[in-house]
Design a protein around this ligand. Structure first.
Ligand SMILES: *[C@@H]1O[C@H](CO)[C@@H](O)[C@H](O)[C@H]1NC(C)=O
Ligand SMILES: *[C@@H]1O[C@H](CO)[C@@H](O)[C@H](O)[C@H]1NC(C)=O
Ligand SMILES: *[C@@H]1O[C@H](CO)[C@@H](O)[C@H](O)[C@H]1NC(C)=O
Ligand SMILES: *[C@@H]1O[C@H](CO)[C@@H](O)[C@H](O)[C@H]1NC(C)=O
Ligand SMILES: *[C@@H]1O[C@H](CO)[C@@H](O)[C@H](O)[C@H]1NC(C)=O
Ligand SMILES: *[C@@H]1O[C@H](CO)[C@@H](O)[C@H](O)[C@H]1NC(C)=O
Ligand SMILES: *[C@@H]1O[C@H](CO)[C@@H](O)[C@H](O)[C@H]1NC(C)=O
Ligand SMILES: *[C@@H]1O[C@H](CO)[C@@H](O)[C@H](O)[C@H]1NC(C)=O
Ligand SMILES: *[C@@H]1O[C@H](CO)[C@@H](O)[C@H](O)[C@H]1NC(C)=O
Ligand SMILES: *[C@@H]1O[C@H](CO)[C@@H](O)[C@H](O)[C@H]1NC(C)=O
Ligand SMILES: *[C@@H]1O[C@H](CO)[C@@H](O)[C@H](O)[C@H]1NC(C)=O
Ligand SMILES: *[C@@H]1O[C@H](CO)[C@@H](O)[C@H](O)[C@H]1NC(C)=O
Length: 478
């Protein structure tokens, strides 16, 4: 059974996973994955990137979600037939280039100069994240400086990248969407505000990260008071009518947004008519709120034997959204440049591989050692409300990984083939980490391609190290 996600456990920077009621317990065996000595050796491609991940947290609790999601952007739909030519008009059958969407967490930027080190040329869209929806239809309430916003838009444009602005985030960062969008004239005023801000600052698109419409368990009291999801759709239509030249995206959980009875909408086609992209926040499926360790960002979960441990996945999300009539080619798979750490007793974390006494294994879904909660993660983890979160870079900084992304000395790595998730066991700190590395990212990229999604969305760009994760997911896509 899924534990309730206390707001306190959430980190400022994550988008979390959807706390949908877990199906009933089924039988499960205590599964284990066998260890492998190293991850796939993916060469770190770009010389640019990395220093961005050395920015340290400044704080600013904004986003986080209990559901997974991130937003996305738009792209031209498909190939168009060639018009002129005489006899055989050759069709342009090549598909649009995949969307490589990156979130830039404003609260991890210490100085505007940091932005110069982001791998701009490797993304198609960069979205500026960290603007809560505030209780005011006359002010957007950005906490970032004007010059930082200008720098971001300018760097994006210099690199032929679409500059997006994300509004919202987990919990309180979204709490006023409900009233802002409930009816005109507020709804119209808010659409005017967002549009004029974007126009004035040269943004190419808007990304709404409402976590979550009608979700009555969000620890704020404003949700599901009105019909949030219907009002959200009306807002997006209004926004589209005012900003038809902008890309519109939304971050979303693994299932379509809820109706007032807490049931996912079954027909998302009208949303598809106004949104260029929906980012499926397929992360935070397990985290500090979970009773056991488990995969942060499972690619699949229908292969998980114990139904209670199925907390959604890329596979289940794609099915849920497309079953509701939202086209795969407007979906972006949200992928995390971070993992979740869990304190686990050594006797619970490791198992002896049945067939090979020489190699130990990491148990899947071991019980969390509650006596060591909360667990402190890396420097971006909240000092006051730690959630055991480590960025990919943070796993390197804290001795879990080497700079090439492979396990550090004394760290055991295992890979769960069902969820396509690597795990680390640190016997020194007695911590299990589920995360993403080059191997799992490549599989996600391949899956995105095989299933005809528009692309992926990385949360967050600065969590990567030397583009190891980015290169892997793109490698899978191409
Ligand atoms: C299934 O998972 C739940 C949650 O971790 C656990 O409580 C339960 O014991 C598991 N069931 C089996 C049969 O292992
Ligand atoms: C990764 O590949 C590079 C180039 O082939 C090689 O120099 C390096 O030793 C490899 N690293 C690991 C950990 O295998
Ligand atoms: C074909 O379509 C792709 C994707 O829309 C585009 O990038 C490419 O430039 C087009 N090629 C031609 C010859 O029009
Ligand atoms: C969120 O807002 C509620 C209601 O205003 C407040 O009680 C709570 O402290 C806020 N939580 C955080 C983490 O700021
Ligand atoms: C969109 O159109 C508005 C109004 O014409 C204009 O001010 C803005 O610069 C345009 N933005 C983009 C990205 O085309
Ligand atoms: C979904 O809604 C659209 C627009 O309202 C409608 O045209 C379509 O028939 C609906 N699809 C289903 C399966 O009900
Ligand atoms: C997910 O798991 C199911 C059940 O084992 C399997 O049929 C399916 O092929 C898997 N899909 C992926 C993408 O791994
Ligand atoms: C593993 O250990 C058991 C008990 O010590 C022993 O019987 C078995 O032969 C060992 N297996 C291997 C593959 O070494
Ligand atoms: C080890 O796992 C068992 C069963 O899952 C659990 O009851 C126990 O509390 C765990 N031990 C520690 C120290 O976490
Ligand atoms: C996991 O999958 C890889 C290929 O992706 C395969 O080489 C390996 O044998 C599999 N491991 C298990 C335990 O099934
Ligand atoms: C794991 O750490 C414990 C101390 O916490 C130590 O006694 C044990 O030898 C270590 N095991 C390995 C395999 O390093
Ligand atoms: C990033 O872009 C640079 C050049 O702009 C290129 O050399 C490198 O291969 C790219 N890396 C990735 C991971 O896309």
């Amino acid at each position: 059974m899924r534990m309730q996600l206390p707001l306190v456990s959430l980190l400022p920077f994550l988008a979390a996973s959807w706390a949908k009621p877990a199906p009933n317990d089924a039988t499960t065996t205590s599964t284990a994955v066998t260890t492998s000595s190293s991850s796939t050796n993916v060469s770190s491609s770009s010389a640019v990137a990395s220093t961005s991940s050395q920015t340290s947290v400044t704080s600013m609790p904004t986003s986080d979600s209990m559901s997974s999601t991130m937003p996305s952007c738009s792209m031209p739909a498909t190939a168009s037939g060639s018009t002129t030519s005489s006899t055989t008009a050759p069709q342009n059958t090549s598909l649009p280039a995949p969307v490589a969407y990156g979130y830039v967490a404003s609260y991890h930027i210490e100085q505007a100069d940091d932005l110069k080190h982001y791998p701009w040329s490797n993304y198609t869209h960069m979205s500026f994240f960290g603007t809560p929806a505030i209780d005011d239809e006359t002010s957007l309430g950005l906490t970032s400086s004007e010059s930082l916003v200008q720098e971001l838009v300018s760097l994006a444009h210099q690199n032929n990248v679409k500059a997006m602005l994300t509004i919202g985030g987990y919990g309180n960062a979204s709490m006023y969407f409900s009233s802002l969008m409930k009816a005109d004239p507020d709804r119209n005023s808010y659409a005017n505000l967002v549009t004029s801000y974007a126009f004035q600052h040269g943004f190419d698109g808007i990304d709404i990260d409402w976590e979550y419409p009608n979700y009555n368990k969000t620890p704020t009291y404003l949700y599901a008071k009105y019909d949030d999801t219907s009002n959200f759709l009306s807002f997006l239509k209004t926004l589209k009518s005012k900003a038809s030249n902008l890309t519109l995206s939304a971050a979303a959980p693994g299932e379509p947004w809820l109706d007032m009875n807490q049931k996912p909408w079954t027909n998302m086609s009208e949303f598809a008519s106004v949104l260029d992209y929906v980012v499926i926040m397929n992360y935070d499926r397990f985290g500090s709120w979970s009773p056991t360790a488990g995969p942060n960002a499972p690619l699949n979960d229908s292969c998980v034997a114990n139904a209670t441990q199925r907390q959604g996945s890329a596979v289940s999300s794609l099915k849920a959204w497309t079953d509701a009539g939202f086209p795969a080619q407007k979906l972006l798979l949200g992928v995390p440049a971070y993992g979740h750490g869990f304190p686990v007793a050594a006797s619970n974390a490791t198992t002896q591989a049945a067939s090979d006494n020489s190699s130990s294994s990491i148990a899947l879904y071991p019980a969390v050692d509650v006596s060591r909660m909360p667990l402190h993660g890396d420097k971006w983890d909240s000092p006051t409300l730690p959630g055991g979160t480590f960025s990919f870079q943070g796993l390197m900084d804290n001795g879990y990984l080497q700079l090439d992304g492979t396990p550090a000395d004394g760290i055991v790595r295992a890979y769960d083939n069902c969820t396509a998730t690597p795990y680390l066991w640190n016997n020194g700190t007695q911590v299990v980490v589920s995360y993403d590395d080059a191997e799992s990212m490549k599989m996600k990229g391949e899956w995105v391609k095989q299933n005809g999604l528009a692309g992926f969305a990385m949360f967050e760009v600065a969590g990567d190290h030397e583009n190891i994760l980015l290169g892997a997911v793109k490698g899978g896509l191409h």
